[in-house]
Structures are given as C-alpha cells and as structure tokens.
Design a protein around this ligand. Structure first.
Ligand code: GAL
Length: 505
C-alpha cells in the first residue's frame, strides 16, 4: 500500500471516528432549509456528528438538484444562502460517501446529468478569470444541458500551484476531462505523448488551421502535434496606471525608464505608492522582470535569450537587472503578502499609481468596475509579449465525448467572444467581423491592433518561451533577486539556467 493511500485511509478514519462517536445519528436522510447563520460545517456537525462530513451534504444536495431543481446547486461550500433547500444524507450514506471522498476530486461533490459530467480544471478563480470561464460555461450549458459542468479550479495565479496537482492526477490515471495549458513549451512538463490526446484530427475537422494565426499554430505544435485548443491571446507587458492620480499630478505614462523613475519620484513626494506589486505567488516579480527584459533588450534580443542565440551575460540583461532593482525601491512594502490581483486594490483605491501585469488585470479591473489607464512598459512600445491559454484532453479523460464538445466550444468564435470580453484577453481566432470587435472594450480593441502590428515575443513565465525546468530556474533566480538585489550573482544564475536547459553553452 502506497504512503499516499495510507495517509488517505488515516484521514478518512479520523473523519469517521468522531462521526460515529458524536452523532445524533441521522437514520433517515432529510430535507433541510438553510437558516441565517448556517454553514455546511455546522450542519454536518449537528446532523452527522462532525463538521468534516460537510462534503457529504454538498454532494447529496447537488445530486438531488439534478432530479429536482428546487434543491440547491452548491457550487462553493462557503457560499450558501438562507432559504436554500438541502438534502442531508443519513449517517450511513454519509459514511459511504466519505470513504471515497478525495479533496483533489471536486467532481465527487456534484451529481451526474443524463450525459454525465464535464470536469474542467483551471486556475481561474480571480476577478475577470472566473467571469470569463463562466462565459464559456454558459455557451456549453446552452448546447449541452444534459451535462453537469464541474468547475475544478485550483487557485493560484499563473498555474504554479495548479500544475503539480494536475500532474499527480494525470500520473495516477485519474485526470479531469480537460485542463488549462499554456500554448508553447509548457506542454513538455506533462509528457504529452504518454498522458494527452493529440488534437490534430479535431483541428482538421473544425478548420482551426484556417482561422488561427500562423505564429500561434507554430507555438501550439509540440513534437509534431497539437495538444491544446486556444481560447485567447493574452499580453504580458502592460503598465496599468491610475488615470486620476496621473491627471492630478500632471503626469503622463512613462515611455523610457528615466521617465519612469521621474514619475516615481513625483508620486513618492505626494505620498502615493509609485509602483505596486504583489509577490506572494512567487511568479509576479519574475513576470514584471520579463517585461523589463523585453524593454531593455528589445524584441529581437529578448527572443534570442530564449533560443540561445543571445547569451544571458549580455549587457542588456545587466541593465534589466539594474533597472528592476531600482524599481523595487518604489514598491509597496506589503508586496510579499499580496497576490497579482489583491495588490490591484492599491490602484482601485487610488493609493498606488502603477503596476506591470498581463492583461488578465484588465479582466479584474472590468469585474471591479475600475476605469484604468494602460500603456506599454518603458521600451516595449511595438513589442507584444504574448501567451495563450488552451485546453487539453487527457488520454484517460472519464467523459471524453463531453470534453471534445468543450474543446469545440473553446475553439469557436462564439465561445471566444463570450470568454474574452470578460477575461481581458483577445480571441485567438482571426475571423472577427467589425460587429464582433464592437463587443470589446477600448483596451481590448487597442490590443487587437497591437497584436496585428507589433513584434510578437513569447512570455516565459506563462509557458510560451521555455521548458518548465527553465521557467522554474528563471523564476527562482528573480525571486531571490527581489531580496538580495545582487545583480552579478543573479545574472550568473540566469546564464546557468540557460545552460541547464540546454539552450546556452
Ligand atoms: C496566466 C494565464 C492567464 C491569467 C494569469 C493569472 O498564466 O495565462 O489566463 O489568468 O495567469 O492567473
């Protein structure tokens, strides 16, 4: 018996023991209407003897909901409302459920409709992300009402928490039906030939090669096959700025790094945090740094850094590190406690003036109703640091037919419009009509124009430019740099990472 199985068994036993010991034994399942102040935990404690049994109540209620929609559909255990009707299982049913309950498998908390489930795994939980995903779900639901969609999210921006969990599920032969995957070299980390279905036939059947940009098609192919269906194009390099702060201070968005630091000084003198970051996810500072790098090295050389044509000992890397070090002197001191999205509250509350982040931040600003300014970070005008989110199909997907239907929605114009108008990204498809484009906000329209005319370079932090081990080395080197500020040591580590990845000598 594996260690994991033993630990799981011990956990289940630990849950069941108090359940048997303390329960005011509920012999018959029953209906319960939620009252103010109720929580699933407290109800489980009261009727099943332990709060740990809450998943049994959620699963039974969601299963009931499918045959009788007057029962609640609980999407999030922490969000329940007075008046909702629950189905509390008997003690015996709860025990049976808990014996197979695995927190890594949220699909167990939901019932199956006539055509089963569709388990969609992603890391889209933040403002804008959740709304975009719901846009895709709404199209899917309309087309396939007999499928129960399970939104299997694992929070944590950019997927650094998500990927190890997903890998474990793939290796265990127990994957979701489809999962979020960045276009580009990220797929290497999933051993696609072993665990994923090549999607070439689907591409041919849906005519996607005719409606996706050639550069993206190149990025999507790995070892001669397509492994994911793109839903969007995101831009990594945007400087978001608070328009009212800038207007009041008579400032304009900086175009050079000298301008940037002059703006920072002016803002600092006014008691406003000049540059806002959240670094708790470990990838946000490296993200900002990749944009600084693109700005100081320029598109051509930046690209070369990832192909091995430009060495990391190049002076443009030194300049990028020096610049970034200086930027960090203007940052909010609580950045280690904040994520990419929570730090944006600074801009929302007019307490901080600038932030460098991908345009999922636009999704967040839209979701929060914030009117925000945008500009390319210094040095990157005409350079578009790009990435794309796709969905992949595991070989062992339990509901394969439903998953293929999902991929079709992802690749469709309808799906991409529903998703991207909320997500802050632009459709990957090239066949948008002027009427379609009119549905997008001014930022997204400007992004479509930039995508068509700028030099496109791949994002490293978001899976496009490098294999996973290189991304990790790059990320770790910059995270360390945030605390040490040691330019020479960091540049040496970056060069070493390139050598380790086999791209540099
Ligand atoms: C990126 C992803 C985006 C966005 C962001 C923050 O890696 O491609 O869709 O959501 O992470 O979570």
């Amino acid at each position: 018996m594996s260690r994991r199985t033993l630990v799981s068994l011990a956990l289940v036993l630990a849950m069941l023991l108090p359940l048997v010991a303390n329960a005011a034994p509920l012999e018959q399942a029953m209906t319960y209407t939620i009252k103010k102040g109720d929580t699933l935990w407290a109800l489980a404690e009261k009727y099943l003897g332990t709060g740990f049994a809450w998943p049994a109540i959620m699963a039974s209620t969601n299963t009931k909901h499918i045959e009788d929609p007057t029962f609640a559909h609980i999407l999030n255990a922490d969000v329940i409302h007075p008046g909702w009707k629950l189905w509390i299982p008997s003690l015996e049913e709860a025990e049976e459920f808990l014996a197979k309950w695995d927190p890594a498998k949220p699909e167990l908390l939901f019932g199956k409709r006539a055509k089963g489930q569709l388990v969609v795994a992603s890391w889209w939980t933040a403002g804008g992300e959740a709304e975009g995903l719901e846009g895709l779900f709404s199209i899917y639901r309309e087309k396939y009402p007999d499928v129960e969609i399970v939104n299997a999210t694992i929070a944590g921006g950019a997927g650094f928490v998500f990927r190890p969990v997903l890998k474990t599920r793939l290796i265990a032969g127990d994957p979701p039906d489809t999962f979020q995957l960045h276009a580009g070299l990220e797929v290497e980390g999933y051993d696609p030939e072993t665990y994923l279905e090549p999607l070439d036939d689907l591409y041919a059947a849906e005519g996607w090669e005719e409606v996706l940009p050639p550069d993206l098609l190149v990025l999507l192919k790995y070892k001669g096959h397509y492994w994911g269906v793109p839903v969007n194009i995101h831009r990594s390099n945007i400087l978001w700025y608070d328009k009212s702060i800038f207007a009041e201070a008579g400032l304009t968005p900086p175009e050079t790094w000298d301008d940037f630091f002059a703006v920072c000084e002016a803002l600092k003198a006014k008691g406003i945090v000049p540059y806002v970051m959240g670094t708790s996810g470990g990838w946000e500072a490296p993200h900002a740094f990749e944009d600084v790098l693109a700005g100081t090295c320029g598109a051509e050389k930046y690209r070369g850094l990832w192909t091995g044509e430009v060495a990391w000992t190049d002076p443009c890397v030194t300049e990028a590190l020096e610049t970034f070090k200086k930027m960090l002197t203007y940052v909010n001191p609580d950045h280690p406690a904040l994520t990419w999205d929570t730090c944006l509250e600074y801009l929302k509350d007019h307490k901080g003036a600038m932030n460098i982040m991908g345009d999922w931040a636009m999704g967040w600003f839209m979701a929060k109703g914030v009117d925000i300014g945008w500009a390319p970070p210094p040095g990157t005008k005409g350079t578009f640091v790009a990435l794309s989110d796709t969905f992949a199909l595991p070989k062992e997907a339990p509901n394969k037919e439903n998953a293929i239907a999902w991929l079709k929605v992802c690749g469709s114009k309808e799906g991409q419009i529903a998703f991207n108008t909320k997500k802050g990204s632009i459709p990957a498809r090239t066949d948008l009509t002027p009427e379609d484009k009119a549905l997008f906000n001014p930022y997204l329209k400007s992004c479509m124009d930039d995508w068509a005319r700028d030099a496109i370079v791949p994002s490293v932090i978001h899976g496009a430019a490098a294999i996973e081990s290189w991304v990790t080395d790059f990320k770790d080197a910059i995270t360390l740099f945030v605390t040490t500020g040691d330019v020479a040591a960091t540049q040496a580590a970056l060069q070493e990472a390139c050598v380790a990845a086999g791209a540099c000598k």
